[in-house]
Design a protein around this ligand. Sequence first.
Ligand code: PLP
Length: 397
Amino acid sequence: MDVSAGCAQPMPFQHVYFDHNATTPVAPEVAATVVSCLGETFGNASSIHYFGQAAKQRLESARRQVAALIHAQPAEMVFTGGGTEADNLAILGVAREAAARRGKPGHVITSAIEHPAVLSACAQLEREGFGVTRVPVGAAGVVDPGDLRAALRTDTALISIMHANNETGVVQPVEEISRIAREAGIPFHVDGVQALGKAPVDVKALGVDLYSVSAHKLYAPKGVGALYARKGVRLHPLLFGGHHERDRRPGTENIPGIAGFGAAAQLAMQRARENARLAELRDRLERTVLDRIPDTGVNGCGARVPNTTNIYFDGIDGEALVIALDLRGFAVSTGSACSSGAVTPSHVLTAMGLSAERARASIRFSLGMSNTAEQVDGLTRALEESVAHLRRISVHA
Ligand code: PLP
């Protein structure tokens, strides 16, 4: 993607984006929908006049579109301000509802490789007196359903496991976990933010009770998401206000953002071919890197979403490699978090058993609709040169 257009200074080269798990560019069709809503459908969807009803129609049409993508009923979709809010609503909403019924806090099960939106919501529950079990993963980056079964308690109120991991792309055994949850009569929440649009999602066939999605991973704007809550699942609200979203999420709806999400969901319905193309490009990238650059390997294996690979480059500082690649025009990322000047290695990779050093030497490449084979080849050349250079200077340092 050429993102130089509109910049004051002409860029010396094109910048190419390989960080689609962080966010995606807004698709032109989606942008057109958002703009038309901003101009024409400015009404408040709660108003009974023409303008309000026009907004309400856009809202309900988007609800049908997003529901159709995951095979849910429209009434089961709650629009939120993004994936983080959807995760929080599911986890805090179900756990607090159960605690209110039982008269005391219960227990939730999650995994060690969840997104901070899930891990931090669980940590909040811990502060409120709940017990939290974080099941481990093996070297492949997959939760073992046996561990999950072993973690069940009589007071377990919720299981929350992600569908596809944001750093490795590894797909979790959601169907198997769903069977365990059903047998035990425990609600099962799935963070589907990184699976939506990359793998077919059928919440009914998966048998899940709650499923979080986010628009900005699907070529739609940021700040919009949704939670599928199966009919009958009771949620303690996070926010208090009006009666929007069937009393589950108060606040005047963001019609342009939600309509954009609907348009993106409609586009994603026909993405099987595109996903096969991305898997080929991802495999080409992996093959070439592993063939040409010594001391490299892929983190995570088994079923993965088609656009993601996470590769370690031993002896390299991942942050330095991200910067070196950026200077050559390629945007990629590490899973590391920078806190108080120190780079903390990715909790996902260390949970998979990688040493802190190897986790810090790992890079996530996440492909998207605009990427081409030529761009992948350019990226692998830039990787060869940058890794060789960084290894040379680290020897001399
Ligand atoms: N869950 C996962 C797996 C994610 O990758 C992300 C975003 O990166 C989120 C939740 C949070 O979504 P949002 O950015 O819409 O709040």
